[in-house]
Ligand binder design. Structure first.
Ligand SMILES: *Cc1c(COP(=O)(O)O)cnc(C)c1O
Length: 399
């Protein structure tokens, strides 16, 4: 699953190119950098690999989401519909824009339930943000139709599904904009980093300036740039981009390993009585970074977890229902609006309302779901061993 498992000579060589010149910044210093432009190189590689017209690197995936929202004009009081199962970064980005996260149910795809999205639309809704969790995708045709009907922006949080596709198109390139994260545990990594992808030139130009204090990057040098609007510093450094330049060349290898290991593991897990698997709207587009499966009841799932723990094979298996970072149930800091700085009244109210909202449909799914992270380093033999052991332990626990 994470690219850091294959950190080697190639990454060191790219980083060294930057260390040789000492120009760690992505802009300017044209002479001393001696033709080394790692950030530009990575942006071009992203465009050609994923079929996006434009790509703007950022300092993190969270910064990429924030930048995308700014470039799409999402701001104070706008409602962004997002899933109750995601990583905290998704709502952090919404809040940082002054916008309001509207959390709704997921379905067995582990992503936004289209019906729940429809039911949540109000006159304040500006954007629908599906999160392609655990390597696979939301029902993008259904969400696109909803967005078209209600004139809403579609922003894909594809941070966890690098290399996944939907009907032949890369996840993250299908909405008005999409983002990847290159943090340390993602499919490819820069150490820290992220990217905004879009096919809309205007959105790209805004993203480019927004991530660099509003610089229009049209001056003869940095000092001559104008500032057509306010921005922030969400720049990636050349050192981080250099790691990404090496990693993106390995992506096809990573995806092939994920697919192989995922298939082997699944061949064992499907023998567990009563097991079912996550719905994948386009099965050929799964990036296979996780195998997500459901047992028939919460009780059976908790039993399986206990048994796996006792057998010492729980590592790499995520029971998100009980996890602090990924599911609404444990987001107490969000539900109590514990912010270091004053949130707007609208935000404050929306967050505290979450305390009384119920997510029965999501609970019914998440309480039975375990996601197994697929390692790139497992040999075929090791996956067979893991699969057989896991099958035996769970069968025994449920018998
Ligand atoms: C990793 C991730 C992000 C962004 O995280 P950063 O650590 O800021 O790069 C956003 N959304 C999801 C779903 C993620 O998994």
């Amino acid at each position: 699953m994470p690219g850091f498992e294959f950190f080697g000579e190639e990454e060191r060589k790219e980083v060294n190119d930057v260390l040789e010149t000492g120009i760690l910044m992505r802009y300017g210093f044209d002479g001393p950098r001696k033709g080394i432009w790692k950030s530009k190189e990575l942006e071009q590689a992203i465009c050609s690999k994923f079929g996006s017209e434009y790509a703007q690197l950022t300092s993190s995936g969270t910064a990429a989401l924030t930048t995308a929202m700014a470039a799409l004009g999402i701001g104070a009081g706008d409602e962004v519909i997002m899933p109750a199962f995601t990583f905290v970064a998704s709502f952090e980005a919404v809040l940082s824009m002054g916008a309001v996260p509207v959390l709704v149910d997921i379905d067995s795809s582990l992503t936004l339930a289209p019906d729940a999205v429809k039911a949540a639309i109000t006159s304040k809704t500006k954007c629908v943000m599906p999160v392609h969790m655990c390597g696979s995708m939301a029902d993008l045709d259904a969400l696109k139709a909803i967005c078209a009907e209600h004139k809403l922006i579609l922003l894909e949080d594809a941070c966890q599904s690098i290399g996944g596709t939907y009907k032949g198109k890369a996840l993250g390139t299908i909405g008005d904009a999409g983002t990847f994260s290159f943090d340390f545990v993602k499919t490819i990594t820069c150490g820290e980093g992220g990217v905004v992808m879009t096919n809309n030139k205007e959105v790209y130009i805004k993203a480019d300036a927004f991530t660099d204090h509003g610089h229009d990057h049209l001056g003869v040098d940095r000092g001559a740039d104008l500032h057509p609007f306010l921005g922030y510093n969400f720049r990636i450094s050349e050192l981080h981009a250099a790691v990404g330049v090496a990693q993106i060349k390995k992506l096809d290898t990573f995806l092939a390993l994920q697919k192989r290991n995922n298939h082997i593991l699944k061949s064992y897990m499907e023998q567990v009585p009563g097991i079912s698997f996550r719905t994948v709207p386009d099965p050929s587009g799964d990036s296979y970074s996780f195998l997500s499966w459901f047992l028939p009841s919460q009780e059976a799932t908790e039993k399986a977890i206990e048994a796996m723990k006792t057998a010492g094979i729980l590592a790499g298996n995520f029971y998100w229902f009980a996890n602090n970072w990924h599911y609404i149930r444990k987001w107490d800091h969000l539900k109590t609006a514990k912010s270091l700085y004053a949130l707007s009244d609208v935000q404050q109210k929306a967050l505290t309302t979450l305390q009384t909202n119920t997510f029965a449909k999501s609970d019914a799914i998440m309480s039975r779901c375990i996601s197994t992270a697929i390692s790139l380093t497992w040999t075929e033999e090791q996956v067979h061993e893991k699969g057989a052991k896991c099958l035996a332990v769970i069968k025994e626990a449920l018998s």
